[in-house]
Design a protein. Structure first.
Length: 453
């Protein structure tokens, strides 16, 4: 880690404007609620050293041209610890965000709750969690930047509880602080990079890139990116077909076309349909599936959420990440585009151990519960329930080089105990071609290159 940046210096480097929120000073008895010897003196030294009156600085700022409520921890003030007055300021920041309908960004550098205030300090985590829940219910985005260190309750509330979590390279990100971990603990396991690999952080961002990265996120998730705040957004139009335009003559030709190595994949469709894309990463439960791309982008000047399968068998982490994206989009009132392209859900022993059924069920539930419009385009293989879990009921479209089937023809042959030469015929009987899907009412239509604007 490079030199730790103080709260006010960091705020100055990120913002075009910053107005500190007024502070109501909570009265405290001498040496705090526990009468901790020397506590008043320690606070006085912290104030003299940092120029701050508490461990957190809160205000309304402009970041990348977007107004937001900003929280910045000052680690030099008793290790950025959370006490009663800290909790009071954090609650005020959330109330300001809700009152002005602004996103909230937390720049976290804390060692945890302040032991000199005992349970009165620890109880602030419940206060912060409650305020965060109210802000979440109000449909406002919460972003966190995890600095060095982000441990204890600060990580477990403001950090892990945010919609999007970014971290500086090499930052300690963990519930356990460095002085209370097991003696034989692997130090690398507590770093931001490990949290990212485990699906608990969305991105590692060098500090010099923070102004641009935060500005992009805020422009997409803030009020300017929506049709109308908390009203019904218009559906996303399906993307134009990028591959072959001729419809397949039979079922096996449809399967072969969808499996062709040269066929355009999700990345090409996202690039053609959306601009200014940013991505979330991981399921927040320990897993990342690179075959499921989820994030936000801009189409015709408004923000669109997307979940895109990339042609692989999706793992439980992939379905949980997609469900996370769908629920976030629903809260922020953003329309959703899903791209279906998978031979099916991963069905190996590891996938079962990690809860494949429960993860797919949760994805089905997130689609069913969504109150914002969903649009689906099948761009390749539509393999059984693993594909259907992302499909929008009543608003699914297909490309000419795709198929959608209750089961893969090879698996159907195995179940029916038929020889391999029967597989092409089964593909016909399954009626999985794009035109079959429209006739069956499964798809609304076949998109073509003419859909491109």
């Amino acid at each position: 880690m490079s030199r730790r940046t103080g709260a006010r210096e960091l705020v100055g480097s990120l913002t075009e404007q910053f107005t500190e929120l007024p502070v109501d000073h909570l009265p405290q008895s001498a040496d705090g609620p526990l009468g901790w010897p020397g506590y008043d003196a320690a606070r006085a030294r912290a104030a003299e050293r940092t120029g701050e009156s508490e461990s957190v600085l809160c205000g309304v700022a402009t970041v990348g041209g977007v107004r937001t409520v900003l929280i910045a921890f000052e680690f030099g003030w008793l290790g950025g610890s959370l006490g009663e007055r800290t909790g009071q300021r954090l609650a005020a920041a959330h109330r300001a965000a809700r009152a002005e309908r602004l996103p909230l960004v937390s720049l976290i550098a804390t060692g945890g709750s302040r032991m000199q205030e005992g349970m009165r300090a620890l109880g602030q985590l419940q206060l912060v969690a409650a305020e965060s829940a109210r802000t979440r219910a109000a449909g406002l985005a919460q972003l966190a930047v995890l600095r060095e260190p982000a441990t204890g309750g600060g990580w477990a509330t403001l950090g892990a509880g945010s919609d999007v979590t970014l971290a500086l390279p090499g930052a300690q990100v963990a519930f356990a602080g460095s002085r209370v971990r097991p003696a034989d603990a692997d130090p690398l396991a507590y770093l931001a990079e490990s949290r990212h690999l485990a699906g608990q952080l969305d991105r590692i961002v060098p500090q010099e890139e923070l102004p641009d990265v935060l500005g992009r996120w805020l422009s997409l998730l803030g009020p300017a990116g929506r049709d109308r705040a908390l009203t019904e957004p218009a559906p996303v139009p399906p993307p134009a077909a990028l591959g072959g335009q001729a419809l397949p003559a039979d079922g096996w030709q449809a399967v072969a076309g969808a499996r062709a190595a040269h066929r355009p994949r999700a990345e090409a469709y996202l690039d053609a349909h959306l601009t200014d894309r940013v991505e979330i990463s991981g399921d927040r439960s320990g897993g990342v599936d690179p075959g499921m791309r989820c994030g936000f982008g801009r189409h015709d000047g408004r923000t669109v959420a997307y979940a895109a399968q990339c042609g692989t068998a999706n793992t439980p982490a992939g379905f949980r990440t997609a469900a996370r994206l769908l629920r976030l989009a629903d809260r922020l009132r953003l329309p959703v585009l899903t791209l279906v392209d998978t031979p099916g859900a991963a069905n190996d022993a590891e996938a079962e151990r990690l809860g494949a059924g429960a993860a797919i069920a949760d994805c089905f539930a997130a689609v069913a519960e969504a109150s914002v419009p969903l649009t689906t385009l099948v761009v390749g293989e539509g393999g059984s329930g693993g594909a259907l879990a992302l499909a929008a009921p009543g608003n699914t479209w297909v490309t000419p080089d795709s198929y959608f089937s209750v089961i893969a023809p090879e698996s159907a042959a195995a179940i029916l105990k038929l020889p391999p030469q029967e597989v092409p015929g089964l593909a016909d009987r399954l009626r999985l071609r794009p035109q079959d899907l429209v006739e069956l009412g499964v798809a609304r239509g076949v998109v073509s290159a003419a859909n491109r604007r």
